[in-house]
Design a protein around this ligand. Structure first.
Ligand SMILES: [Fe+2]
Ligand SMILES: [Fe+2]
Length: 261
């Protein structure tokens, strides 16, 4: 990809992140709280683990070549830092929810350590692909929490995080389309689905019981994961086709955003 195109793409997303810092009403954490005990315990446990994973650990790229990727241009550095600033904000919001639920904060888990190892293992491009998968699967998680939590401040927190994650997923879509202007071949798509379902399985093994305790119906999680992965692949096809047909420029914002809900 030409450097000027990459710079234009990064600048577009820097503007997005700067705008997204505005109009963020804080959930009313002090609103009256009523929740069935079984549900409260499940939600507190699940959100405490999520608080660690969603911006609560090392909130930056940690792959072995992360710094050289980040410093490949001033725009790459800026857009990457904006992205992780929003992740840190998720951790802050989740802390508010854990406190509201009288939960216990988590500072380390086996799954979290393995996740960090996977992120360090390969290069920054692979790490970002894994983080994209986590964002797609987390979108499903936060939608289920928003729908079933029965608590307005926690639902408001989910709405804010979903708004951010929609931007993050769209940012990665644009980034990947710039890197693969001819679209993905069959093997790349199969790899994408494989990683996506692997992330979904890890989340389900850790948090599935808590989501069921909240009232999620069997099958909802898998159906939404499949929809999330498929809609991302379709968005990549749409965008790369539109760019190669000359309907939009590579740095254009004129494609369907990945829906937040
Ligand atoms: Fe996040
Ligand atoms: Fe994110």
């Amino acid at each position: 990809m030409m450097k000027t195109q990459r710079d234009a793409h990064q600048q577009k997303w820097i503007r997005h992140f700067e705008n997204n810092r505005l109009h963020r009403p804080e959930p009313d954490w002090n609103a009256p709280f009523h929740m069935e005990e079984k549900k409260r315990r499940a939600l507190a446990w699940s959100l405490a683990e999520y608080q660690l994973g969603d911006g609560g650990g090392p909130c930056r790229l940690i792959a072995r070549d992360a710094e050289s990727y980040r410093q490949s241009s001033p725009y790459t550095q800026m857009v990457t830092d904006h992205w992780f600033r929003e992740e840190a904000e998720h951790s802050r919001l989740l802390s508010g929810a854990v406190q509201r639920l009288s939960g216990t904060f988590v500072t380390d888990t086996f799954a979290f350590r393995q996740f960090q190892r996977v992120r360090r293992l390969m290069g920054a491009q692979f790490e970002m692909l894994v983080l994209l998968q986590v964002e797609i699967i987390s979108t499903v998680y936060y939608r289920i929490i928003r729908k079933h939590c029965g608590d307005e401040p926690i639902a408001a927190m989910c709405r804010l995080i979903l708004r951010d994650e929609s931007g993050h997923v769209s940012y990665h879509r644009d980034r990947l389309c710039q890197d693969h202007p001819g679209g993905w071949n069959l093997l790349q798509r199969a790899w994408f689905y494989f990683l996506g379902y692997a992330c979904a399985t890890v989340l389900w093994l850790g948090h599935g019981w808590a989501l069921r305790a909240l009232g999620m119906r069997d099958g909802d999680f898998v159906a939404q994961v499949h929809r999330g992965l498929t809609s991302f692949v379709r968005a990549v096809v749409r965008r790369t086709s539109a760019v190669s047909a000359g309907f939009i420029s590579p740095a254009s914002a004129k494609t369907d955003p990945i829906p937040a809900s």
